[in-house]
Design a protein around this ligand. Structure first.
Ligand SMILES: [Zn+2]
Length: 237
C-alpha cells in the first residue's frame, strides 16, 4: 500500500505529466500485477474500477463532491461511494469485440484516448477513437468523417453494453430548478487532485517539523501518522 513517502514520490513523478499519463501512474499503483503495456491495454472500465479501489484504499470510500447545475448554475453537494460506483461500473477485465459498420470493433483503451488527446473538439476526438477501434483500420478515404459520425451513436451503445464502466455517468437532478442530466465523473482527475492536495499537506508537515526540530524529510515521513500529528500539535501550542 502507498505510504506517505510513496505518495510524495508518485506526486513528484506525476506533476510534469499530462492527465492521461497521470491516470496510468495511478493505475500502476492500483494494479501492480500488470506491466505498463497490460495497463494501457485494459478496457477503460477496468482501469476506472482499479482507480476507484485505489481511491478507497488511500482516502476511504466516501467522495464528497460539488456539482454546478448546467442550467441554473446552482451548486449542490453530492455524496458518492467508491464501492457503489465500482458495482455500477462492473464489466470485463479484457477487451470486448464486436461488429460495427461491417467491420471488426473492439472496446477502446487509454492508448486510444491518448491518440485523440490533441484533437480540436470532443467530436473529432470521438471520431479518432472510433477509427482506431475498427479493424482493419479504415483510411479516411475508405470511411469518411461523416460516415464515421453516423456510426458514433451505434459505437456509444456498443461501448455501454460491452464496457459499462468506461464512462462513470452520474444521473443528477438539480435541487434548485429540477433539471436532470448525466455528468461524467473523471475518477483519475479527481484522485490526482486529492493526491496533489495530500502531497502539499505532507510537505507542509515536513516543513513545520524540520524547522522546529531540525529533522530530515525521511525522518519526519518515517514517523507514524499518529506520532507526527502529536508533534504537530505540540508545535502549534
Ligand atoms: Zn438548476
Amino acid at each position: 500500500m502507498l505510504g506517505d513517502s510513496d505518495l510524495l514520490a508518485l506526486w513528484e513523478r506525476g506533476c510534469p505529466r499530462q492527465p492521461l499519463d497521470r491516470a496510468l501512474l495511478l493505475g500502476a499503483w492500483a494494479r501492480p500485477d500488470l506491466d505498463p503495456d497490460g495497463l494501457a491495454d485494459l478496457p477503460l472500465g477496468a482501469l476506472n474500477r482499479a482507480l476507484l479501489g485505489l481511491r478507497a484504499a488511500l482516502f476511504g470510500p466516501a467522495i464528497d463532491a460539488y456539482v454546478d447545475c448546467e442550467v441554473c448554475a446552482a451548486r449542490f453537494a453530492l455524496a458518492l461511494d467508491t464501492e457503489d460506483l465500482r458495482v455500477a461500473a462492473a464489466g470485463p477485465d479484457g477487451p470486448r469485440e464486436g461488429r460495427l459498420g461491417g467491420r471488426h470493433w473492439r472496446t477502446p483503451t487509454i492508448r486510444d484516448l491518448a491518440a485523440a488527446a490533441g484533437e480540436a473538439s470532443p467530436q473529432a476526438a470521438a471520431l479518432t477513437i472510433l477509427r482506431r477501434c475498427l479493424s482493419p483500420l479504415p483510411t479516411p478515404a475508405e470511411l469518411t468523417d461523416s460516415e464515421l459520425a453516423d456510426l458514433l451513436v451505434e459505437a456509444d451503445a456498443a461501448l455501454e453494453s460491452s464496457d459499462p464502466g468506461a464512462e462513470i455517468g452520474l444521473a443528477l437532478t438539480c435541487d434548485a430548478c429540477g433539471h436532470r442530466w448525466v455528468a461524467s465523473l473523471d475518477i483519475a482527475a479527481l484522485l490526482w487532485d486529492e493526491v496533489a492536495a495530500r502531497a502539499r499537506g505532507l510537505l507542509g508537515e515536513v516543513d513545520t517539523l524540520a524547522r522546529t526540530y531540525g529533522w530530515s524529510e525521511a525522518e519526519i515521513l518515517g514517523l507514524s501518522p499518529v506520532r507526527r500529528a502529536a508533534y504537530l500539535d505540540l508545535v502549534a501550542r
